[in-house]
Ligand binder design. Structure first.
Ligand code: FAD
Length: 467
């Protein structure tokens, strides 16, 4: 680490979807980029798919909405969000910004691919309709290839078997199949969901007091091991041999590896002689961990310098970030970047905290929800009256202008050389808008370009540098 460039053009704080794409975009513009990344956060916890816009989000299936309807193009969902929610980043960045969403998704696909993970998008601009580990269905613009069992594209009378490995605790294929069957019963499509039990195959972890893997991520990590994978493949083959009724499709819990994902999928598919797909994950999530890992690996391959560690303190002079102190396992360094992208996520990631006063901890930026500062106010002022109500607190973050620069209460930019991206930005609810990964990707792309421009790199290459 001694060769670390202490004066990069752009420093990116956070390595989720937003940070990784911001870093790659700034690098593409010619900037020297350092990304400092502390593990964890939204991307790693996520289902591993990226939603951009869903015009049917929250609608109850009925005469007007088929339960397995994929809806129109995700683009329409994006426009609806922007029109309905003026503080939403899709609205903030304006028509021109939103037009770049497809480009942001393409960049996300390329970076993930470089990192060894294939993300797929439909050619017709519509969402995939995929099943989750909860037994629900959701629409997503980009899914991992291993998640691509599109329920709206299945052949008539298809049977889908939910695989139920006894090696995995806390997952019940039966309730998942029941719920999906119930959803399918409200659709004109005739899809049947069954289960396929798989005998114990993996060595137990008796020393830790556990005889099975407690969650899908633990089992996915176990399957990264070639020997364990071979044993599981054998058990799966046996289960298929014994199955009374052959299914057209196999849907696994989200256990298809993390570090050795491609080998896991290949080996299992070879063993059973057909494609195998997986459900969208709940945390702790193997597909989320896979996505986070692939984006960072892809960013490194594209020439971004990735430092495992944390940005601990910032030195601010007037309206400029003068330096940021970064602490990693092997170094502590004070970096003096020309510009900074803050892509540190929200409460889950530590990008926003609320101890006494709600704040963004690195630059002490104010945190607002629906334009109101949280400060040390009573949290009940930012929640709805019933659980299913809208809760402003879930839209809390750093307020930004159209250039993604953080702003004060009067709307004036607080810094000349700081831009924000992803869920640290306020005005949107990642869990509710049906657009989370799309917002992170788009704001990441735009913030990376903005930071490169501030650092003196224009569309066509280096320009006279800002002082
Ligand atoms: C359980 C769950 C399920 C989800 N499912 C979906 C889904 O199905 N589809 C979808 O589109 N979206 C989903 N999302 C939302 C989506 O994952 C997030 O909106 C998106 O990943 C946000 O990306 P980000 O880069 O802004 O932030 P994050 O991914 O949170 O990245 C921020 C990173 O910054 C790091 N960090 C923070 N502070 C510092 C510091 N000082 N120094 C260095 N690093 C720092 C954090 O550790 C973290 O790694 C889900 C989220 C969760 C939590």
């Amino acid at each position: 680490m001694s060769e670390l460039d202490l004066s990069p053009d752009v420093l990116v704080v956070g390595g989720g979807i937003a940070g990784a794409l911001a870093a790659v975009r700034a690098k593409e513009k010619g900037a020297r980029v350092i990304l400092v990344h502390r593990p964890g956060g939204g991307t790693a916890a996520s289902s591993g798919a990226l939603d951009c816009g869903d015009e049917l989000y929250g609608l109850t299936p009925g005469p007007g909405v088929d339960a397995l309807d994929r809806g129109g193009r995700w683009r329409r969902g994006v426009e609806l969000l922007a029109a309905r929610q003026p503080r939403h980043p899709f609205s903030r960045v304006g028509d021109k910004g939103r037009e770049r969403l497809r480009e942001a998704l393409a960049l996300c696909k390329q970076v993930a691919q470089r990192g060894g993970l294939e993300l797929v998008e439909r050619d017709d601009g519509q969402n995939h309709l995929v099943a989750t580990q909860l037994g629900t269905v959701k629409r997503a613009a980009l899914v991992q290839k291993s998640q691509q069992l599109d329920l709206a594209a299945l052949e008539p009378d298809a049977t889908v078997a939910i695989v139920d490995p006894l090696d995995l605790a806390n997952f019940g294929a039966r309730p998942v199949a029941h719920l999906l069957g119930f959803i399918a019963s409200m659709s004109a499509r005739k899809v049947t969901f069954t289960t396929l039990g798989v005998e114990r195959a993996l060595p137990s972890n008796a020393l830790a007091g556990s005889t099975v893997h407690d969650d899908a991520l633990a089992m996915a990590r176990a399957l990264d091991d070639e020997g364990k994978r071979a044993a599981f493949c054998e058990a799966l083959r046996n289960a298929l041999r014994r199955a009374a009724r052959p299914a057209h499709h196999l849907l696994m819990p989200p256990i298809l590896g993390v570090d050795k994902h491609v080998a896991v999928v290949n080996d299992i598919e070879r063993a059973v002689g057909r494609p195998v797909k997986e459900l969208l994950a709940l945390p702790p999530s193997a597909p989320g961990a896979r996505l986070a890992r692939a984006l960072l690996k892809g960013a490194k391959e594209r020439g971004v310098v990735v430092v495992e560690g944390a940005a601990r303190a910032a030195n601010v002079q007037g309206r400029r970030v003068a330096s940021v102190t970064v602490e990693g396992q092997q170094l502590t360094a004070e970096l003096t970047p020309r510009s900074v992208v803050l892509a540190s996520g929200r409460f889950l990631s530590g990008g926003v905290v609320r101890d006494q006063v709600a704040r963004e901890p690195l630059f002490s930026l104010p945190v607002t929800a629906d334009g109101r500062p949280l400060d040390d106010g009573f949290i009940g002022l930012f929640t709805g009256e019933v659980p299913e109500a809208e809760h402003a607190i879930f839209r809390a973050g750093v307020a930004v202008d159209a250039n993604l620069a953080p702003i004060d209460r009067r709307g004036a930019a607080l810094f000349e050389n700081l831009v924000c991206a992803g869920s640290v930005v306020e005005g949107w609810d990642p869990a509710r808008d049906g657009a989370a990964g799309g917002v992170a990707a788009l704001t990441g792309l735009l913030a990376g370009e903005g930071a490169a421009l501030i650092a003196g790199f224009s569309r066509s290459g280096p320009v006279a540098r800002a002082g």
